[in-house]
Write a protein that binds this ligand. Structure first.
Ligand code: PEP
Ligand code: MG
Length: 588
């Protein structure tokens, strides 16, 4: 059978975008085109009537948004639904309203023209920041602007959507996403928007597969077309041929088959069939994923990537803002633990420097940036400490390559602790500090590094990149990015053995932990804690329940003696076969 890669490579009817919410759907398209709003910029004679119309339109908009807010609260976590509450608050902003009224009075122009002009000015400012988060928020404000104008023109929100369709649209405001989802929408595809667009976040919360940022979906796909949306890989196939349909129908059947019986694992620990427990924790990228984390049965959060906050906000969050975010997450996951990772800035992630580095992955990244920018580092440490008072927060350093980086970081952490203590602010005095092992130098020195900290977490995404000298995002060398390379397997084994010699726990939080095919090997290598995408946790539990720790050790010993990636892969596949585990990689 062909692989996804082959199917997509051969397809001429495909468009690609960002995989924003996982899942596969095949259905007919509802092309959601918003009516172009025509703005009347004429003069007015009755100013008082215009002002009263404005107030009426604002009240109506508030009512609509409150209604959407209550639908949203039913459908998703309250903090997510708060987007709509925030929109109502904008409508309550006295400065904005006063400005609009002042201009209606002085310019004597139609209120819809002034509303459009005034709110567009805010949006332009936001768009100018060039940060993805800010331009997404400018898009949300578009929704408020159009809502007031529509209400001034006394028109209604119209959509002719029927049930069970895939919505294709230029962009989707949070309100569109919520209202459309009431018609049992099967999937979302948009021209614009990124991973942090609210349409993407809401789709993930509602479990509706979505591909965003395709650029050309609305110009390529027609209303009523039949399409396949693959929210795992970020592709859409338009009017698929028989082969493609057959392939994806099979994948769907396979997905349904895989989901059967998963519920029973949800609240159980992950145990091998001889009772060896593996702790399965969740990786969290955006705070909106907490619902899935809770429902996945995760034993805590093994990696919270805080740099995503900068991505979402478009700027460094202040101490108070960070404290609020970390406290919310830690209390939500309590009594389980959350490992908050210090900002991993640089590389291909959030840019910090205003100059280009010749080799960003080998340059100012992670702990290197933080030690050079003590203020940013201290702000984050103080916020993490403040959120730690219930003793379920741990702190982890990314991209560590020398012992002195660990020691310098610990000194800064102690300095923050002294400050909080003298200000009588409560925090966990024993808060555990760990490091990511993702640079070969840290792997080689694992025992000595482990002696300096409380725990290690192996970051295979970077470890493979640095060990194999392959850029993790470069397609040309993707064949060399081998998680089952003997060098990678032996390095992981070395880290585990050395950490154990130092008496420190070691977990693994790279994507390899979520590759279901890798699980028996990692268990056999002696890793007793994995952090992975929450959606994969129930699948991982089921796989772990199918084999014994002893057999997993035999498998890993066998793999440690292998010389090629293919050899190791075949051994694992054979292991899956004899243990009657559905051969599964990355779930599907
Ligand atoms: C890793 O490198 O494996 C890791 C988990 O960190 P990130 O993917 O955020 O670099
Ligand atoms: Mg990393």
């Amino acid at each position: 059978m062909k692989s996804f890669k082959q199917i997509f490579n051969e397809a001429e009817n495909k468009i690609a975008g960002i995989a924003a919410a996982p899942g596969i759907v095949i259905s007919k398209v509802y092309l959601f085109t918003k009516e172009k709003i025509k703005i009347n910029d004429g003069e007015i004679t009755d100013i008082e009537e215009a002002v009263s119309n404005l107030y009426e339109a604002i009240e109506k908009s508030k009512k609509e948004l409150n209604k959407i807010f209550s639908i949203a609260k039913e459908k998703m976590e309250e903090t997510r639904a708060a987007i709509f509450e925030a929109q109502v608050m904008i409508l309550d902003d006295p400065i904005l309203i006063e400005n609009i009224i002042k201009r209606i009075r002085s310019e004597k122009r139609q209120p819809e023209y002034i509303v459009h002009d005034e709110i567009s000015k805010y949006q332009d400012l936001m768009r100018m920041s060039h940060e993805s988060y800010m331009s997404e928020r400018a898009q949300d404000i578009e929704d408020i602007k159009n809502r007031i104008i529509r209400n001034l023109q006394k028109r209604r929100w119209k959509s002719k959507i029927t049930n069970d369709l895939i919505v294709v649209s230029d962009s989707l405001t949070p309100a569109d996403t919520i209202l459309l989802s009431r018609c049992n929408v099967k999937g979302f595809v948009t021209d614009h928007g990124g991973l942090t667009s609210h349409a993407a976040i809401i789709s993930r919360s509602l479990n509706i597969p979505a591909v965003v940022g395709t650029h050309n979906a609305t110009s390529t796909i027609k209303d009523g077309d039949n399409i396949i949306v693959d929210g795992f890989h970020g592709y859409i196939l338009i009017n698929p041929n028989d082969e493609q349909l057959k392939f994806f129908k099979k994948k769907l059947e396979h997905l349904i088959e895989l989901r059967k019986g998963l519920e029973e694992f949800k609240d159980k620990p992950a145990l091998t069939n001889d009772g060896h427990e593996i702790q399965l924790m969740a990786n969290v990228d955006v705070t909106g994923e907490m619902d899935i984390v809770i429902s996945s049965g995760a034993k805590g959060i093994g990696l919270y990537r805080t740099e995503q906050i900068i991505e979402e906000l478009g700027e460094f969050p202040g101490e108070q803002e960070q404290t609020t975010i970390y406290s919310k997450l830690s209390s939500r996951i309590y009594p389980d633990n959350i490992i908050i990772r210090a900002f991993d800035i640089g590389g291909d992630k959030v840019k910090f420097l205003n100059f280009e580095e010749p080799n960003p992955f080998l340059g100012m990244r992670g702990i290197r940036v933080l030690l050079e920018n003590k203020l940013i580092f201290k702000t984050q440490i103080r916020a993490v400490l403040k959120a730690s008072k219930d003793k379920n927060v741990q702190f982890m350093l990314p991209m560590v390559s020398t012992i002195s980086e660990i020691r310098k970081s610990k000194e800064i952490i102690d300095e923050c602790k002294r400050e909080l203590k003298s200000d009588k602010i409560p925090f966990d005095k024993q808060m555990k500090i760990g490091i990511m092992v993702e640079v070969p130098s840290a792997a080689v020195m694992a025992r000595e590094f482990a002696l300096e900290v409380d725990f290690l977490s192996i970051g295979t995404n970077d470890l493979i990149q640095y060990l194999m000298a392959v850029d993790r995002g470069n397609d040309f060398v993707s064949d060399l990015y081998q998680e089952f390379s003997p060098a990678v397997v032996r390095t992981i084994s070395h880290i585990v053995i050395e950490a154990k010699k130092a008496g420190k726990p070691v977990s693994l939080c790279g994507e390899m932990a979520g590759d279901t095919l890798a699980i028996p090997l990692l268990v056999g290598l002696g890793i007793n804690s994995l952090s992975l995408s929450p959606a994969t946790i129930p699948y991982a539990k089921r796989i772990i329940s199918k084999f014994s720790f002893e057999k997993a050790q035999e498998l890993s010993n066998d793999c440690l003696n292998s010389l090629t990636e293919t050899e190791i892969q075949h051994k694992i596949e054979h292991f899956f076969k004899i243990h009657d585990i559905t051969r599964t990689r990355n779930i599907i």
